[in-house]
Design a protein around this ligand. Sequence first.
Ligand code: DOR
Ligand code: ZN
Ligand code: ZN
Length: 451
Amino acid sequence: MIADLVLNNAKAYIKGEILECNIAIEEGKFIKIGRQPQMPNADQKINLQGMLTLPGLIDAHVHLRDEKKSYKEDFISGTSAAAAGGFTTVLDMPNNQPLTNSVETLKNRLEIVKKRAIVNVGLFSEFPEKLSELPQISSENPIGFKLFMGNQVGGLNIDDDQALKEGFQTVGNINTVIAIHAEDKNQIMLNEQKLKQGKHDSIKDFLLVHTEQAEVQAIKRVLKASKDTNAQLHFCHVTSQQGLEAIKEEKKIGKKITCEVTPNHLMLSAADVTHYGMMAIMLPPLRDRNHQEALIRGVNQGDIDIIGSDHAPHTIEEKSANSVWEVKAGVPGLETTLPLMLTLVKKKWLPFQRLVELLAEKPAEIYGLTSKGKLEQGKDADITVIDYNQQWKIAASKFKSKAKFSLFDNWEVIGKPTKTFVNGNLVMDNNEIVANPGSGKIIRKEVTFKE
Ligand code: DOR
Ligand code: ZN
Ligand code: ZN
């Protein structure tokens, strides 16, 4: 037998241990992982020189934009940023222009991404207006349905608890995850009315509008509406202690619920917003220290299931508007997430095993990516190679993302992704993109219909 590629001299993360081994790849899959004598011959060999070799990392929360928002990011720049950041699969959010929430918009987007992706990409859909369209949309295999609760984005009426219940029931029956942005629209509107009347326009005012209570309220409403349905809920970017508590309680009674945190909310707090100014505006916003500490505990204890970057690129102009109410919320994250998390590991804030769970194993499990998340014979040959000891400084001006700014610019970090393999192909080597657009695959979730 002759393999396509053998990677020699890897220190691979396998079943919780780091093993010195070689990895043989054939037609984009792992065919053998083991010691030298068992390795097949190969057309190509790469010596990994004892570098730490992880299952390809998955970022389950990115906004790749493209289409009419390609001035902020497109599939080529966004998936290049992913590859440079050590991610082999990214799941893309639907708040695009046009909004991704129909067979037509999903089909178009799939056509475009197919030609441009450097890493694997799965697409989310928002809800359509008519729930009867959900089965047809599902046959385009979106990776999940996204629900924005902070403002009306998709077609499901977020003011109507009964409509939410029906939406959850229908998606539950087609076995697809519902990812939720939990902020309560009405609370935000009430807070806005109070503040905007007095012409308040500071960063502090922004935080007074997007309160923790608004997050907790949305989480509780969603949990209540999903009662007695089959819905598999995933709460995106949880930021508050009470929000996390509510999710934890619901998990205890055996519900299919998972949640996520961003590195922004783990590493920074509201005090930093004052320092960074408008650039640090994101939704939900950065919170006070006590919440940050609760999130770190949640990540350590396993109450938080995954890290999602919420990579949300905007232009510098959009980030520096005059009024806080005009500034676009969100920051890029694909090229900073892994080094930040590795640095937390080095500082002993996080066990290494948790890092792999949070960034590979669990996202694969939640989104049903059964051939990903582990270095194992038969699985897709997605690999993230890391120089574990390299100390370096984050430099936003060098990002592959079009959004060349970062809250972590100039931060000293330890650990750097040096090679990224997608389906057995080297796509990033020492910060260079070495694959052509279109080399990433589109992830299509198989759906099963229940009556
Ligand atoms: O900060 C954010 N930016 N929060 C969101 O929910 C949306 C995102 C974006 O698309 O820019
Ligand atoms: Zn969000
Ligand atoms: Zn987002």
